[in-house]
Structures are given as structure tokens and as C-alpha cells.
Design a protein around this ligand. Structure first.
Ligand code: GAP
Length: 444
């Protein structure tokens, strides 16, 4: 596989494959698109769901001290006052008076010159708040203004007390949520990397402040291990950025960065947020969100360790790492066309894990019955159109790790041929062993 950063034009190729094969395409496309908004098609949404399920399983289902939450996207605006978003969640922007382009000052190489037309006639930098605004109720005035959540974690803090009481959890414990977040990004770019509507997978871990740094280290290690073991990232394509400039309430923060086609970019943040969030919501709501530790007869405001990752960025990172073009010169086996486009996706998150392909349409009945059987346990697809070679290519392009060919011999020996996407090697497997075999190679 080529290194992501040494593959010029990779982003264009990924965008094109995503459109062609139904992973991701622009929202409102037949109207010319809508900047910063993306729709996930049949394969993209399967992959998204697979990543969500993997994260949820890893963070919540395998742990006793974790709770679920599904909060609203719109809530009282006071939440965003308390969190600081209304006052501070903004970018410093400047406009070019000549060509009317708008830029984030911190992203300009030279803040005195327009990168588009070269003019030096720029406006004084101004703050633009990133919160998405709407109105709730029949009157569209200042009193009815509300905001779409800019991060999924704030409702977790607001609901902390209710969740804890309902579940009788003791500190330390965590609350996780997967859901949409919205930011009025001034300059959405790099495909889905910076969107205006995106999905976050966030977990807030509530602990005693004295143990805060230990838990921070624990979660940092857990998350790095997850990327290595579950998603296949290596030291070559993942690195840790340690924040030196911290928010006044934070004790430590790191970003997990991975290689995107445009360079290194943040995928996830692990943050020690201290007692800031619960203290702010206690202050603004008047509800005491402190925790009473019965064992030690002690009341305290829990410290929070957060892990926060964008689902869309995870998908883009996986596609960037997986995309490959093989030519006859680089791979000899089963090439009947000049270039094999293949996504080497981890089988756990590939949109289709197993494709069932009858050697001939005459074998449809048996092959389809086998597909229905497999489909109960794996994300599966049935394809009978075109030559076997073409069908393999189709599956390679969407990252299907295993193709099963049902041939004329299968009718008699009850065995099928399993073809591996990456090695292109083929193995004969008895149908009675197939489920065990696939579970093992897929890593379920
Ligand atoms: N609660 C902490 C928080 O929201 P953040 O660094 O602003 O922190 C966390 O966002 C993650 O959400 C990022 O690491 C990134 O993966 C994702 N994210 C943030 N802004 C995004 C955007 N405009 N488009 C896509 N993903 C975004």
C-alpha cells in the first residue's frame, strides 16, 4: 500500500470512488450541493454503522461502569452560555474587500495578503461564532433563539445527576453518546474532514480529582490500543500531539492524529477537563451536581476525562489508509484489467464483509440460499451479474475482504471457494465450516 502522504491526487480519487460506489456524496447534489454537508450512501452508511457499533462495543458494552445516553440536538441556550460556547466558540476571520473571499486568520500563511487574489485590502479581523442558530416557537426574535449542539458532550454533563441516580453508578463511571453535532464552519474543506454537520462519538468519564491523571493516562492508552488493534493504524500513520497550551481548567490534553491525503490531521482528542463542566452547569442551573461518596462520607465535584472522536473523520481516515491501486507490475495474480482499485479496509468495518458469487446463474437457487444464511451473521451481498473477474473487482473496490464462489462442484461436495481480497489467494472451505472460518478471519 502506498503511503497516504506520497500519493498525489489521492483525495480526488477517494472523493470519486465515494461518489461512484455509493459511500459519500454531496448533500442536495441535484441542486448543486450544499457546502459542508454530506450524505452517506448504501456502503458509506453501512461502514459508518459498523464503526459506531465497534466504538460502542469497545467503550460501553464491554464495561460495567458505563451508561448510555441519547440526548436532544436542541436544548436550552443557557447550556451553551454555561459551557462558554456562546462567548468563546469563535474563529477570527478576515474578508478580502476585492474578491470577497473570507479566511480564518489562523490558517493564513500571511494575514496581510489575500491568498486568492493577492490583494492587501483586507478587513480588520472579526470574531465569528461557530454555533448553528435556530428559533424555537412561533416567533423569530432574540428571545426564541436556540442552538444546535456544537458537541455531544454538554448534554452528558447536564444529565450527569439523572443518569447516576437512575443507574446507581458510583464514581468512577462513564457516560457515552453518539450523535450529530453542528458547527457553522466558515470554511468547510477537505471532503468530510471539516463539515458543518457531523457525528461525534464522545465519552465522559467521571472520577475523583486525585485520580484524574491516572485515568487520563489509562484512557489515552485505551484509545491508542483501539486504533492499533481494531482499526489497524500503525506508528507510521498515527501519532500523538501533546497540547502545551491548555484551557485554564484543563490539566492535560492530547490529540490522536492520523495521515489524511492533505497531511496529518486530528482524529480524536483525549482531554482532562477537571471539574469545569459540572461546576459551570451547577452554577448556571442552580442544581448541585456534586457527588456524595458514601464509602468515605465525602462530597466532591467529579473530575472529567473525555475521549472525543469524529465518526466522519474516522471513515475518511480509514478510506485514506485503505485506498490502493495495483497494476500488473505490482501484483501478478488474477488481474484481467490494467489497474485493480482496492480498499484494504479492516474486515470488522468493511461495508460488505462477505460477497456470495455463483459461478453461473444456473446455480442461483443454491448460491442465494447460502447468501441468506451468511447474511444472518455477516454484512453480506449477493452478486450474479458479469464475469467472476468483474465481480471480484467490484467487491475489491468497496473493500469486501472475502468473496465466496459457489460453483458446479459445490453442489456435490458442499464446499465453496473463498477468495481473500488482499492476497487474492483462494481456499476451498466446506459449507458446514464456513461460519467458523469467516468469524476467525474477520476477527469477530
Ligand atoms: N467535546 C470536545 C470536542 O468537541 P473537538 O476537538 O472540537 O472537541 C472532537 O471535536 C472531534 O470531533 C474532533 O477530533 C473531530 O474528529 C470531530 N470534529 C470536530 N469538528 C469537526 C468538523 N467540523 N467536521 C468533522 N468532524 C469534526
Amino acid at each position: 500500500m502506498a503511503d497516504v502522504l506520497e500519493n498525489p491526487g489521492l483525495m480526488d480519487k477517494i472523493v470519486s470512488l465515494c461518489k461512484r460506489r455509493g459511500f459519500v456524496f454531496p448533500s442536495s447534489e441535484i441542486y448543486g450541493g450544499f457546502n459542508g454537508f454530506w450524505d452517506y450512501g448504501p456502503y458509506g452508511s453501512r461502514m459508518k454503522r459498523a464503526v459506531e457499533n465497534l466504538w460502542w462495543h469497545e467503550m460501553v458494552e464491554t464495561r460495567d461502569n458505563f451508561e448510555w445516553l441519547d440526548s436532544t440536538i436542541i436544548a436550552t441556550p443557557t447550556i451553551w452560555k454555561a459551557s462558554g460556547h456562546l462567548d468563546q466558540f469563535s474563529d477570527l476571520m478576515t474578508d478580502c474587500k476585492q474578491c470577497k473571499s473570507r479566511y480564518r486568520v489562523d490558517q493564513m500563511e500571511d494575514p496581510t495578503t489575500c491568498p486568492n487574489c493577492g490583494s492587501k485590502d483586507l478587513t480588520e479581523p472579526r470574531e465569528f461564532n461557530l454555533m448553528m442558530k435556530t428559533f424555537v416557537g412561533p416567533v423569530f426574535d432574540d428571545e426564541h433563539v436556540a442552538y444546535l449542539r456544537a458537541e455531544t458532550c454538554q448534554p452528558i454533563f447536564v444529565d450527569f445527576h439523572s443518569v447516576r441516580v437512575a443507574t446507581r453508578q458510583k464514581v468512577p463511571f462513564g457516560i457515552a453518546q453518539i450523535g450529530k453535532a453542528f458547527r457553522n464552519e466558515i470554511n468547510p474543506r477537505n471532503f468530510t474532514f471539516r463539515s458543518r454537520e457531523f457525528t461525534q462519538m464522545e465519552m465522559e468519564f467521571f472520577c475523583d480529582g486525585e485520580e484524574g491523571m491516572e485515568w487520563f493516562e489509562y484512557w489515552k492508552e485505551q484509545r491508542i490500543r483501539y486504533y492499533r488493534e481494531k482499526l489497524g493504524f500503525t506508528d507510521n500513520d498515527m501519532r500523538i500531539y501533546v497540547h502545551e497550551k491548555l484551557a485554564h481548567y484543563a490539566k492535560a490534553a492530547i490529540d490522536i492524529e492520523v495521515k489524511f491525503p492533505f497531511g496529518w490531521g486530528e482524529l480524536e482528542g483525549v482531554h482532562h477537563r477537571g471539574t469545569w463542566d459540572l461546576s459551570q452547569h451547577s452554577k448556571f442551573s442552580g442544581e448541585d451536581l456534586q457527588y456524595f461518596d458514601h464509602d468515605n462520607q465525602r462530597k466532591f465535584m467529579p473530575t472529567v476525562i473525555e475521549t472525543s472522536v469524529g465518526l466522519d473523520r474516522t471513515i475518511l481516515a480509514l478510506l485514506s489508509k485503505a485506498y490502493d491501486e495495483e497494476t500488473a507490475a505490482t501484483k501478478k495474480a488474477d488481474l484481467d484489467e490494467d489497474v485493480r482499485v482496492v480498499l484494504h479496509l479492516p474486515p470488522l468495518v468493511a461495508p460488505i464483509q462477505v460477497a456470495v458469487l455463483p459461478q453461473s446463474k444456473k446455480l442461483k437457487e443454491n448460491a442465494y440460499a447460502l447468501y441468506k444464511d451468511i447474511d444472518r451473521f455477516f454484512r453480506a451481498e449477493y452478486d450474479e451479474t458479469g464475469s467472476i473477474g468483474k465481480r471480484y473487482r467490484r467487491q475489491d473496490e468497496i473493500g469486501t475482504p472475502y468473496c465466496i464462489t459457489f460453483d458446479f462442484d459445490s453442489v456435490n461436495d458442499n464446499a465453496v471457494t473463498v477468495r481473500n481480497r488482499d492476497t487474492m489467494l483462494q481456499e476451498r472451505v466446506n459449507v458446514t465450516q464456513l461460519r467458523d472460518y469467516l468469524e476467525k478471519v474477520i476477527g469477530i
